[in-house]
Design a protein around this ligand. Structure first.
Ligand code: GLA
Length: 402
């Protein structure tokens, strides 16, 4: 941690008074259904974004990232516009999101750091939560976890323009180590499902493809549109009327109506809807398997979810498909799938820790051969699950080190 505090002191001449640790997340089951108000699961990892800061009473926000070039520096009353691809968008959006409901008086001087290369683990939700918590802290604002999720989701959906759901923010904020976060994205109700004591211990393997790209530049929003069109067509078949585009969601269709009318949907719309209904079913069954400590059954559902993402939702990219197919062949991998949206970034796997070496060996034997352009960029990382975002005790109090 020292480097973070050292850089802070070197930059600002004092020690930070606040420190937030905000974890990356995985979604083992419930992929690409949150924007259709489906059922999702999530867990936080022991890999974090760290933000250290001191309040700025003049209302300036000044941040340096240890991972990206350039500094963000602006006044709360003059927030710069969204700049496609810039890491600074998340602080800009966080300020604007909170400013819709609060007159912010204090900004902060901060240093931020994330540990793993980005893509698929929702570093964007992690960093946005950290900014929101810090802005609330320095301005004496109290918000519930549910409010934090919605403030953070506004940043991604309205400010950045990604038509996503609340999975990332919810997993980042609500997760608790040893539990599976299970959420109904229609009602926002969630349950932390305790891991059965009979479940064997597992680790999370992350195989990063080395292929990075902002989600906004992928087919993500197109898929959301396809789901909404599928929902509208089904609505018309079932009820003879259509909601507005804004309100159309596959979750508004009963499972029985999908069974009855699904075959009438044209090609790709049928496949998107099929992914939605089968994924909700996998989530329900997965949660029961988790309760019972049946990691093998849970893992099989993850594999089926991965297959559905490839064949029915048709997301992913050749790099991630290679990794997914390779992970399936490793003995000791309970379950694997693309992480997050799956257009870039990584695959995750729940594994028996004893298979680490074999997993690394198999990935090394296949991936760089099929995708030589990423031979120096891909990497395998093993980690554990952890709690959601929180304040950590900080070594400084905003004073210079004596
Ligand atoms: C991204 C989005 C989430 C969710 C996942 C896929 O991470 O931000 O809202 O849709 O993809 O499950």
């Amino acid at each position: 941690m020292d480097d973070l505090y050292d850089v802070f002191e070197a930059n600002y001449g004092l020690l930070p008074s606040g420190h937030i640790r905000s974890p990356l997340r995985i979604c083992p089951l419930g992929a690409h259904v949150d924007h259709q108000h489906g059922l999702v699961t999530g867990m936080a990892l022991d890999v974090n974004v760290d933000l250290v800061y001191v309040p700025d009473n003049e209302g300036f926000v000044r941040i340096q990232s240890l991972d990206f070039p350039d500094e963000e520096y602006f006044h709360l009353d003059r927030v710069p516009e969204m700049l496609p691809g810039s890491w600074g968008n998340y602080i800009r959006g966080a300020v604007l999101s909170l400013s819709r409901e609060h007159k912010l008086k204090r900004g902060f001087k901060a240093i931020v750091r994330g540990k793993l290369p980005m893509g698929g683990l929702s570093s964007s939700a992690a960093v946005t939560t950290a900014y929101l918590l810090a802005l609330c802290d320095v301005n004496g604002i109290e918000r519930t976890k549910e409010e934090l999720i919605s403030l953070s989701h506004w940043v991604e959906k309205v400010f950045i323009g990604l038509n996503n759901g609340i999975l990332d923010q919810s997993a980042n904020v609500l997760s608790r180590d040893g539990f599976l976060m299970y959420m109904d994205c229609k009602t926002g109700e969630y349950e932390l499902v305790e891991k059965s004591p009979s479940m064997p211990s597992f680790e999370v393997a992350i195989v990063n493809s080395g292929f990075t790209k902002a989600l906004i530049g992928t087919d993500y929003n197109n898929r959301v549109d396809e789901c909404k069109i599928a929902a509208s067509v089904l609505e018309e078949l079932v009820h003879g009327r259509i909601s507005t585009y804004r309100d159309a969601r596959l979750r508004n269709i009963e499972d029985a109506d999908w069974e009855r009318y699904g075959g009438e949907l044209p090609g790709r719309f049928r496949r998107r809807a099929k992914h939605f209904f089968t994924e909700n079913d996998r989530v329900r069954r997965g949660v029961e398997a988790w309760r019972e400590g049946d990691i093998a059954a849970f893992g099989q559902l993850m594999m089926a979810s991965g297959d559905s993402s490839v064949h029915d939702y048709e997301c992913g990219c050749p790099e991630l498909i290679t990794i997914f197919e390779t992970l399936k062949t490793v003995k000791g991998v309970h379950g694997a799938r693309f992480s997050g949206a799956g257009y870039r970034g990584c695959c995750i796997a729940l594994i028996d820790p004893a298979c680490r070496e074999e997993l690394s060996r198999k990935v090394a034997a296949v991936y760089p051969v099929r995708h030589p352009e990423y031979a120096d960029k891909y990497h395998v990382h093993f980690c554990k699950t952890a709690d959601g975002a929180s304040f950590v005790s900080c070594c400084g109090d905003g004073a210079a080190r004596s």
